[in-house]
Each structure stands twice: as structure tokens, then as C-alpha cells.
Design a protein around this ligand. Sequence first.
Ligand code: FAD
Length: 498
Amino acid sequence: SGTPHWLFGDQLGPHFVDPARGGPHRDAPLVMIEARSVFRRRRFHRAKAHLVLSAMRHRAAELGDRVRYVRADTYRQGLREAVGGGPVTVHHPTSHAALALVHALPSVRVLPARGFLVTHDDFRNWADDRGTKHLRQEDFYRWVRQTHDLLMEGDRPVGGRWNLDHDNRQPPPKGAPDLGVPAPYRPRESDIDAEVRSDLDRWEREGDAEFVGEDGPRGFPATRREALAALRRFVEHRLITFGAHEDAVLAGDATMSHSLLSSSLNLGLLDPAECVERAEARWRSGDVPLNSAEGFVRQIAGWREFVWHVYWYFGTQYRENNALRHHERLPDWFTELSPDATEANCLSHVLEQVRTTGWTHHIPRLMILGSFALQRGWEPRAVTDWFHRSFVDGYDWVMVPNVVGMSQYADGGRMTTKPYTSGGAYIDRMSDLCGPCRFKPSVRVGEDACPFTAGYWNLLHRHRDRFERNARMTQAVRGLDRLRDLDELLEQERERRD
Ligand code: FAD
């Protein structure tokens, strides 16, 4: 009963200390370790370093005497300082590296993972039953809906369809500068934030850590209370418009109707079950349309769960995949988040957003940043590392499948049916970013050639053999045969690269 329990920095909500759900005993002392080496290993966005430290220190302040909060160089040292060699419990951590560490420490007993709907065993059974090395999110999502009774009427999906994606791909409203929805919740900073900021300043000054990006006023929740306020505001005022324009991008409206809950979920401040239950309740009471409720439930019960389990199921080698053999280095302007270095308005705009906030919604990540990296042939591992460092919600488990699998197609299609990339026409249709751009989405060769349009054809050409064998890509690849200026385009792209 008195065995101390260790909380990692992404295990901060009540569901990580709940004896009724397999957590530590009510009286068990708690241990938290702030390991400086984490910041020395990687050059994180400062807003992310700030958020994580702020959340940990706020949690420690809430727990008061019950927690021993240790500042140490490494986790090992911190644990030694907190409990000597004595026994400790910990919930299953969220990265392969952290799991290997806790398994290597003989005194640590690992309890089941928290913060996800589906257990490791249930996922393994589901995936093994498929009998294939290709897993599909859509199949998984339907199974989760059934087994967790989410938006179901008996054994059928409410409204008769599993997936309302079709309704959720509308371009942005024409001519509107923003979506006109109530703003998302933003927290107010506390003394703890001031202390974090001054620590980060000192570490930078003393050469003990280096960061990128701007650490403006903290934009994301650091406490359970703040996270609940953010969830409430989203569900009550913003969920209603979540669906229709989910994939659209507006220069003047970075957040649109997105929930901004990813960092809170990933810090463990919110449990996914409470998020999807509240969304469903809003639909059941007739307050939000089904395409919005279903779209949101799919993001959390479908995508987020799927990505978590794929990370574990595909194992430690998954991150090394490089099916397209991409080996180019990321340019410095990209890693330094220098938006002025590129003339492509969409890319510059999104990089600026990342620089100032550490966040953009899924379409800029997938169809602008990720798609650009894929087209340029950047090394998937380095791209994964960049995303991990630059986003407030980035953690190993969520970045590896999203970048290696989803965005860079480096796993050759084990978790997606085709590469996610496009020419400028898609970006033009789904955003207002092309209007002011000096490039033209329809032009592929010459001064005005859109880097995405040219990059798209270049990528298809380079991987023609592989893509031709994919039924969902055949038509796109055949388009190459209609390009009379293909040789010119390839020459242009070769020069651009050098
Ligand atoms: P909403 O649009 O409001 O969606 C609701 C929630 O669904 C999110 O909060 C998130 O928890 C969950 N979700 C949706 N899609 C995914 C997904 N593919 N993977 C995991 N969760 C998902 N999400 C992260 O949490 N951390 C990451 O490091 C991350 N990296 C990404 C990298 C790439 C290249 C891509 C394409 C996507 C990535 N995502 C990541 C997924 C998604 O873009 C973000 O979760 C989302 O944009 C966060 O904003 P939001 O909370 O407003 O999301």
C-alpha cells in the first residue's frame, strides 16, 4: 500500500492516480522527476518546454505533501534520490525508450497504461485477427465504436453511416477572413509560469539548453482545471461547427473550429473517454449535428487510439522505415523555423504559426509541412524528430506513426492506403493561402511554378514503379504521361535541389 508511485510528465490527470482503476493506493506517496537531460538531448520549441514544465510543476503544487518532486539530471538519478533502491510502481510509459528504462530498473513495477480507450491486449487481438501486416484506421474505428458503444444504435452506427467524412471536406467559406466561431479557451498564466520562464532563460544563458520558437503567453492548459475549461468551451461553443470545414485552412483563422485539446490529452490532463462522451451527449441532446460529433469522435476514438497502438504493435524498428529511400537533409531555414526563407506563401505562413505557437491543425501538418518534406525527399527519421521537437503536443508515440506512416509513407503503406501529398490545386481549393502567393498553383514549370505542383509531379515520377502498383495511385501516376513538359520540370526540380 505504501509503495511510492512515479508519475511521468505526461501522466498528470486524476486517472493516473486512481486506485479504482488499477492505480496506486490512495495513501501511496508520489514521485515526479524533472530530468534536465531531456532538454539537452533535443532542441525543443520553447513553448513546448514551457508547457510541459509548467504542467508538471502545477501538478506538484496541487499534490502538495503527497509528492516528492525531484529536479535531477536524469530519470535514473532522480529516482535514486527519491526512493533509493526501494520499490516503485509506475503506469506504462508512452515511449519505447521510457519503457525500456523502467524495465531495466529492477525495483520498478509497471502497471497497465492509462489515458486510452483500448488496452494493449485488446488491440493485439484485433490486429492479429486481421492476419495482414497492413492495418486500417477505418476498420479499427468501427470496432472501437462497437466495443465502446459510441454513437451506436444497437449494433448499427447512428444515422446509418460510420463515416461522415464526405460532409467534412468543405473548402473554407468564400471571401470570409475567418470561420466566425467563438474563440477557443486560453489559460491565464500563474506565478509558476513566470518561474518556468525565468528557469528557461537561465538555462539558455548558461548554455545548458537551446530552444527554437517563441515562448509567448502560454496558450494551452497546464492543469486539470484549465483542461476541463477548454473541453467545456469546445463542446459547448465550437463542436457545432467542427465538422464541415475540418480540412480547410484560413490565413486569418489559425484555430477555426478545432478543439486544441491534443496537448491536454497527451499530458494526461484529459481522458479520451470523457471527451468523446461529452461530444456524443451534445449530439444526443440535439445541440450539434452528427457530422460534427462523429468527426470529433473519429479523431479521438479512431485516429488517436489507432496511432497509439500502431506505435507499440509495429515495434521499435518501425521508426527506421524508409520505404522510399529518402535521405535528404532538412534545410536549416526549416529546422530554425524561419518563415521568411521561403517565398511559398502557404509554407511561410504555416512555419510562422509553428514558430509563434508550436501548433497548427492537421491539414497544415499533413498537406503543407509533411507533404513538402515528402516531395523534397527529406529523411523520414529527421522529419519525425523535427515534428517531435517543434509541436506543443509532440511525443514519440504520436509522432512516429503520424510522420513515418501517415505523412512520409516511409512504411510503404502499413497504416495508410496511399501517400498524402498534392499539388498546389488542392491547397488552393482548401485554403485562402494561394491568392497572395507569388507562385501559381496551376503552373508547374518556370518562374511562377508552384513548388507543391512541381514537387508533386517530381515525386510521382521518382516513385512511378512503386506507386503504379497501388490501385489508389494508378490514375495519378498516369497523369505523368500527359505532361509534355515533364523533362523540363524534372530539370527544374534537380536545379532547385542543388
Ligand atoms: P482536433 O482537430 O480538434 O482533433 C481532436 C483530437 O483528435 C486531437 O486533439 C487529437 O488528440 C486527436 N487526433 C486527431 N488526429 C490525430 C492523429 N493523427 N494522431 C493523434 N491524435 C489525433 N497529434 C498530436 O497529438 N501530437 C502530434 O505530435 C501530432 N503530430 C502530427 C504530425 C503530422 C505530420 C500529422 C499529419 C498529424 C499529427 N498529429 C499530432 C495529429 C493532429 O494533427 C493533431 O492532433 C491536431 O492537429 C491537434 O489539434 P486539435 O487538438 O485542435 O485537434
